[in-house]
Design a protein around this ligand. Sequence first.
Ligand SMILES: CC(C)(COP(=O)(O)OP(=O)(O)OC[C@H]1O[C@@H](n2cnc3c(N)ncnc32)[C@H](O)[C@@H]1OP(=O)(O)O)[C@@H](O)C(=O)NCCC(=O)NCCS
Length: 165
Amino acid sequence: MARRTQKILIRRPTVADIPAIQDLIKDAAQFSKVLPRSLNNLYEHVRDFFVAECAGNVCGCCALQISGSDLAEIRSLVVRDDRRGRGIARRLMDACVRDAASVGVKKIFCLTEIPAFFERFGFKKINKAKLPQKIWTDCIHCVQFPDCCETALMRDVSAAAARHT
Ligand SMILES: CC(C)(COP(=O)(O)OP(=O)(O)OC[C@H]1O[C@@H](n2cnc3c(N)ncnc32)[C@H](O)[C@@H]1OP(=O)(O)O)[C@@H](O)C(=O)NCCC(=O)NCCS
């Protein structure tokens, strides 16, 4: 019961948080289709992330990676299994959507095995062929390419949309 009332802080990570972010992603990658990321890659992308902090520990993360003049990807969304079901992913997603709007990104996309989760946030399914940059940079290096079982989804990011997430 006490754990339920613990305050969750959504914030930008520092480089000191990167090993904890990597562990979070690594643990989730064993049971879900989250791509493991190297420490080096995470340090390079530290500014993409928001983290959730509980009792001084990182218990969630989500990244917004800009991938074009008006497009960005939601990546590495993970909430530690003992903290799920409390709205932490929603808060991380909201932070990324507001961030996207603040830098002028018009659309955000994701590739996922849980499209129903993203549909709750206004994402709509799209044909993967609409994401050529993603396919030809990341996907071709995946062992499952081209028989990928992930669904591509996209949503608009307007200032109004961001205010209402
Ligand atoms: C998916 C994940 C990030 C959700 O985290 P969470 O903190 O439990 O999610 P929230 O509590 O913020 O849930 C937000 C909403 O999504 C719903 N939801 C949560 N998990 C869902 C799922 N797997 N499928 C569909 N809807 C889901 C919740 O019911 C909630 O809906 P509501 O606001 O209408 O009540 C978490 O389960 C996780 O880390 N999974 C492993 C990694 C993963 O699969 N990441 C996504 C990769 S693309």
